[in-house]
Design a protein around this ligand. Sequence first.
Ligand SMILES: *Cc1c(COP(=O)(O)O)cnc(C)c1O
Length: 345
Amino acid sequence: MRVLDSNWFVLGPEVEAFEQEFAAYCEAKHCLGVGNGLDALHLILRGYGIGAGDEVIVPAHTFIATWLAVTYSGARPVPVEPDPLTGNIDPTRVAAAITSKTRAVIAVHLHGQPADIVAIRQVIGGRHIRLIEDAAQAHGARVNGSRIGSLGDAAAFSFYPGKNLGALGDGGAIVSNDPQLIHGLRQLRNYGAVAKYQHEKQGWNSRLDELQAAFLRCKLPLLDTDNQARQVAANHYLAALAGLPGLILPTTPAWASPVWHLFTIRTPQRDTLQAHLKRNGVETLVHYPTPPHLQGAYRDLGWGAGSFPISESWARQTLSLPMWPGVPCEFVSAAVRSFFVSTTN
Ligand SMILES: *Cc1c(COP(=O)(O)O)cnc(C)c1O
């Protein structure tokens, strides 16, 4: 009602207030609301002047948006395999993929599990390579006690309704401690305008609207409580499903505090387990059945089956159990256990 009464619907006081509140939440200096998470990633690359002729290192195992941001900019995505245990981009393989054309590394905190930002930073060393966090699945996660979103040069968040912090529609944000980047992006998100009808750059239209910002301001104070409830469910799953033969549970390094956007298990019997769970009233999803390098959209890059075997193995074996604050995890874990007990007996 506050927004409707104000008659101000795009980039106004609610967006500005949310930007300050979300920057503070991420322990960062600046935040800019944008249209969605993909735009946030794409605009960060544009803001750093990354484009044709440049290479950007991306995880081979991720949602396709990470790659799309790179190809929108005109740069070439250079896929890197995940650590086989965590599923997140492997810092030693990042080191091997760096060339004289590398301008950025995008680390995705996949499924709410923080990527090894500290090791990636070390691998980059003194080189002029930006470290960008794709934080679309990890609002509130921590690395060594510090919030993700403030650990790289810039971070992209999505507020798609299904994310840990979701709007009632599309939304996204860029978070950074880099005032120069933020200054440039403030214009790029709004037609490249430095003042009304004065356009210094060919910008985009990617703005957060006042209603979504107001909804997000209502929901942000609940995020930590929600993430704790996800942790309670994850703890239950980890205990109840430990030791089942042929089942691999998520691995969390000691320095990481995840926020369990998804709880993904792995098993070679994925498809029969999924069918068993469905018969027992448990809906599951696969994130993601086909890695970006095998999608039709990227056929022209020339990758094929076998190009990234670790990612392909994840795609074949991964299954996301129901996960949300208050999920009936005991019902779910009993159904999972019944599959492994009946097939091993
Ligand atoms: C959801 C998501 C995005 C894109 O966010 P949208 O708001 O849907 O554009 C980018 N990267 C990852 C890892 C995501 O999960």
